[in-house]
Design a protein around this ligand. Structure first.
Ligand code: BGC
Length: 335
């Protein structure tokens, strides 16, 4: 009898334990280096309170819409969405309003006019303009910080910085702003810049290898710096530059000794682990940390506030305009 009583109590207690809440996480394309790293970090947060379930939208808005429709039918209270096409979230937002679903958008920022359609929408991301300004600061430091007297990185000694820009996906807020403001910041600080070419390489490593191959064929060594909108493209550019012997690891120790061996400055954005390794071994000159760890922590904190605490009191981040949580970028260079 006693045993039966204990069994009943145990079953009762187990059934009373709250199950973790499942939150769907829709990634625009898991083939993207930055987003797959981002997703890994979110998965590491899975615990007793929240389980994030990943959906790979394979770079197709149609696939993403189908997932969203089903998830809304299944009454998930919150979706985390990395839109495939950030300009076409209007329909998604209208469905969210109809079904009373909250959304946290990440990484690809919807239009402000769409965000304003409902107060249950949030965006967690980073201000692309800031990444461009920090990338420009790295360039200015590289060239000696004095626009009237560039150092020896001005190879042809013409007082002008010759640059290639590898641009991310057309229409992506980061690609547009990083390209525009890296140039503007240099000009605002009185540096003269001659952009030899801006090539759209879609944030993609392989596309960047091919783009850089073509630049080298067309311009030879006329360029003085390569500015990539992200690390994947910077790494692609370096691969091409290695193949064309712009980097020469003469003693074959796997490290470019910048005082003794041949190299050219390439600067990225993101701060992927592999990029940090390449900074440490002398291949990548610098990058700007697009702080995915800080972003996923903010996503988790917001999820807990919205679904478990049912209140934003105690949510420890500044919310701008009632909807935006901005995470700062940081410069990363080899010290
Ligand atoms: C990152 C890119 C990434 C893109 C995906 C950007 O913030 O810098 O590396 O490809 O987001 O949307």
């Amino acid at each position: 009898m006693k045993k039966l009583f204990i069994l009943i109590i145990t079953v009762f207690l187990i059934s009373c334990q709250e199950k973790p809440i499942v939150v769907p996480l829709l990634i625009y394309n898991m083939g993207d280096n930055y987003m797959s790293d981002f997703e890994n970090r979110i998965q590491e947060l899975n615990g007793t309170r929240v389980i994030y379930e990943t959906y790979d939208c394979q770079n197709s808005q149609i696939i993403q819409n189908e997932y969203i429709e089903q998830l809304m039918k299944d009454n998930y209270p919150l979706l985390i969405i990395n839109p495939v096409d950030r300009l076409s979230v209007y329909a998604i937002i209208n469905k969210a309003i109809e079904t009373n679903t909250k959304i946290i958008f990440i990484n690809r920022e919807p239009l402000k006019s769409d965000m304003q359609l409902d107060s249950d929408l949030y965006y967690i991301g980073a201000d692309a303009k800031q990444s461009a300004e920090l990338q420009a600061e790295i360039v200015m430091e590289l060239f000696g910080n004095n626009p009237n007297q560039l150092n020896t990185f001005d190879k042809n000694d013409d007082g002008i910085i010759q640059a290639f820009i590898l641009k991310g996906e057309q229409g992506h807020q980061d690609a547009e702003a990083r390209t525009q403001y890296v140039i503007e910041t240099l000009l605002d600080n009185d540096f003269e810049v001659d952009v030899l070419d801006i090539t759209i390489a879609n944030f993609d490593m392989l596309t960047a290898v091919l783009a850089m191959d073509q630049h080298i064929e067309k311009y030879g060594n006329q360029f003085e710096v390569v500015l990539a909108n992200n690390d994947a493209m910077a790494i692609g550019a370096i691969e091409s530059l290695i193949n064309h012997e712009y980097f020469l690891d003469s003693n074959e120790d796997g490290i470019i000794d910048r005082d003794l061996e041949q190299w050219v400055p390439v600067i990225g954005i993101d701060g992927l682990d592999i990029a940090i390794e390449m900074i440490q071994n002398g291949y990548l000159y610098g990058t700007v940390l697009n702080d995915s760890q800080a972003m996923v922590e903010a996503i988790d904190a917001l999820t807990v506030s919205l679904l478990i605490n049912n209140s934003l009191n105690g949510f420890d981040y500044q919310i701008t305009d009632g909807q935006y949580i901005w995470i700062d970028y940081q410069k990363l260079i080899f010290e």
